[in-house]
Design a protein. Structure first.
Length: 272
């Protein structure tokens, strides 16, 4: 499904969530955000096929309900297998990336906390198996990975907690967690409650990135940099690779359940 920009009314009011329970914890990832001089529309490049078209349309419909950002789908600018980024927007891709251990990864290129481009990769090597070949799993992972490209992390980092009813949850139960919830939208309002003096949206700002950050495929664990955060059971991780002068690559990893153990991942990293 290809959708164009949709007009909407934006507000910049920051909503301060009540600090009661896990569901109300701040779940921004650091200070990462898209620089913009006004409420903004962010393009999602459609490099997906088959059942992923519906999953991307669902994620787009969900996130465009935010009052501070609008998403819209455009024809993709990447080849799905390597899913190279496009400056000023997010490319979303699916392909059989192999037995990497991960269901999906979201990556953002940032300069001094300002996101300049992002990619989402969805791994058909696992989604073509009976465990993950469901609408619910595709919706959960697509919604979550796209959410990471806005600067969101996870609401809940305890795998054993009850489902929060959000795609930004740590969970092995996709059915009730296919879409954002109220607190996700509140977190976006808080993150984007200020304006910047410049914009990285729909721009060529990524052209200023160092050469080693450009034109490369960062889908191997060995290329992600330093592990910064891991969920208690190890199924979600965040890596940061520092290229100096404020330039960073941030990678959110959604590991397949059977392959999420640290020992398994270390063995795979050693093999690389």
């Amino acid at each position: 499904m290809k959708l164009g920009p949709i007009g909407k009314i934006f507000t910049l009011s920051a909503v301060v969530a009540s600090a009661v329970g896990t569901a109300y914890a701040t779940h921004a990832w650091g200070n990462y955000h898209w620089a913009r001089t006004a409420p903004f529309s962010l393009a999602l490049g459609d490099n997906v096929s088959g059942p992923w078209d519906a999953a991307l349309a669902s994620a787009n419909s969900d996130w465009m309900q935010s009052t501070v950002l609008n998403t819209y789908i455009v024809p993709g600018g990447a080849k799905p297998r390597n899913c190279r980024p496009t400056s000023g927007r997010v490319e979303v891709c699916n392909a059989t990336y192999g037995q990497t251990g991960w269901l999906g990864i979201a990556q953002i290129w940032a300069t001094s906390s300002h996101i300049t481009q992002g990619v989402v990769k969805l791994n058909d090597a696992y989604f073509n198996t009976p465990t993950y070949n469901t609408t619910a799993w595709r919706n959960l992972v697509t919604c979550q990975e796209v959410g990471h490209t806005f600067g969101l992390s996870h609401q809940d980092e305890n795998f054993d907690n009850a489902s929060l009813g959000t795609c930004m949850d740590y969970t092995s139960n996709p059915e009730p967690n296919q879409h954002p919830n109220r607190h996700d939208y509140e977190m976006l309002e808080s993150t984007y409650s200020h304006l910047d003096s410049t914009t990285t949206v729909d721009s060529t700002s990524a052209a200023q990135l160092p050469a080693e950050m450009k034109g490369r495929d960062f889908d191997r664990q060995s290329s992600w940099g330093q592990l910064k955060k891991r969920s208690r059971e190890g199924a979600r991780e965040i890596y940061v690779r520092d290229f100096g002068n404020g330039h960073q690559l941030v990678t959110h990893v959604f590991w397949a359940l059977a392959e999420g153990g640290p020992a398994h991942r270390q063995q795979r990293a050693n093999e690389e």
